[in-house]
Design a protein around this ligand. Structure first.
Ligand code: ZN
Length: 403
């Protein structure tokens, strides 16, 4: 089947970029060499299709079939991101970009002529793996993230985002809100690997996403007092590690109490010696809930309970509950043979755009492991093709007529 071969060809061209040979996971962090290679690959594939590539004020790449500036109500945009979490899977992000290119190939093979322009986007730094805040690309252009704050963010080595962009041979000065770019988006449909087990039980290859949960990241700083592990009596200790352990357990209990999800996936202990009582600890909290109220209650309970260890909780980023465009969701579900409609606890650029007023929705492709942000993330080849077929149908419908 020609389409299967074409998809596979696109897919295998990026299979080795940023891949850790020991774990099989990907390390494609924003503005690092693997990320730049992914951007180059995208540029090449767009050129091969004679798509017009435009970079916005944050470096997000937009490739257009047709001129979005002559379309009164903007174009039909799809795509996703090409960066990864540490040891990420192959599908989170790239599946949306590769499927978009494959869908355009299919439309052209069918002789389709879009009445509205079609765009494919590669959002920069979606995962926030390097600077700690997710969806930087869409947050900056929508004005949800101040450009000065973005430029000053530091990675684990202390490199600021401004410096990282400079080292990548680019200019950080013009970062900022970009209404011109946003004005070109009439509709945004992001195709993404499902990051849970919803589609397995339903026996369907694709679903339509209608809602993103409220979510955010908080930093919990736990004070202590450094001392000798061999001579300090237990009763005399102020051990930050104990407070840190308590914070982890309290996080789990708060999530259970409020039907939310809350995770401590990263901690830093000072001074970090085997024979030293910890002087301080920092734990990073990721919390998500289907509803603002449940999220607030979860974080408030954690704050309350860690206060007994003298800990201070600081919000690092927060994204409100996002409901995608109702009419668009209904339309996609009916176009896709009554595809199931589902919400997710994962954040996406589609959510940031939607919160900024864009008409948006998502398509999820079945993940038989249910695992994501791990090398175990997977989609069967026939499900990837079902995703391409779904996207092709959607793009044809939305670009062929006024929605
Ligand atoms: Zn993603």
């Amino acid at each position: 089947m020609a389409q299967a071969g074409a998809f596979q060809q696109l897919w295998s061209a990026i299979a080795d970029i940023g891949r850790d040979t020991a774990t099989g996971g990907y390390r494609r962090f924003a503005w690092t060499e693997p990320d730049l290679r992914m951007r180059e690959w995208f540029t090449g594939e767009c050129a091969a299709r004679a798509l017009d590539l435009i970079e916005d004020r944050m470096g997000n790449q937009w490739a257009w079939w047709g001129d979005p500036d002559t379309a009164a109500s903007g174009g039909i945009v799809t795509g996703s991101h090409l960066d990864s979490v540490p040891d990420g899977g192959a599908f989170d992000g790239p599946l949306g970009v590769v499927s978009a290119l494959a869908a355009i190939d299919q439309l052209r093979a069918d002789g389709f002529q879009p009445r509205r322009p079609i765009g494919v986007v590669n959002f920069v730094d979606e995962e926030g793996a390097r600077f700690g805040v997710s969806c930087i690309g869409s947050r900056v252009i929508t004005g949800a993230l101040n450009p000065d704050r973005a430029r000053a963010m530091r990675d684990a080595d202390g490199v600021t985002m401004a410096e990282a962009i400079r080292r990548a041979g680019r200019q950080p000065d013009h970062l900022g809100a970009d209404p011109e770019t946003l004005g070109r988006i009439g509709v945004f449909v992001e195709l993404h690997i499902e990051q849970g087990r919803g589609l397995i039980d339903l026996g369907r290859a694709v679903a339509v996403g209608n809602r993103l949960w409220a979510h955010g990241r908080w930093r919990i700083e736990i004070p202590g007092e450094a001392n000798h592990a061999g001579t300090t009596r237990l009763s005399d200790r102020r051990d930050a590690m104990i407070g840190c352990a308590r914070a982890v357990l309290v996080t789990r209990a708060a999530a259970e109490a409020h039907g939310s999800l809350a995770t401590v996936g990263k901690i830093s202990i000072q001074p970090g010696g085997v024979n030293a009582v910890a002087r301080s600890a920092t734990a990073w909290l990721d919390a998500r809930a289907d509803g603002e109220q449940a999220l607030r209650a979860t974080v408030a309970q954690i704050e309350d309970e860690v206060a007994s260890s003298g800990a201070v909780v600081t919000e690092e980023s927060r994204t409100p509950q996002t409901a995608f465009d109702d009419a668009l969701v209904t339309r996609l579900a009916s176009l896709l043979d009554g595809a199931p409609v589902m919400s997710t606890g994962a954040g996406h650029d589609a959510g940031i755009l939607s919160n900024a007023g864009a008409r948006a929705a998502m398509i999820f492709v079945r993940n038989p492991t249910g695992v994501s942000h791990s090398p175990a993330e997977w989609a069967e080849p026939e499900d990837c093709l079902a995703g391409v077929a779904a996207l092709t149908t959607v793009l044809a419908d939305l670009s062929g007529s006024e929605p």
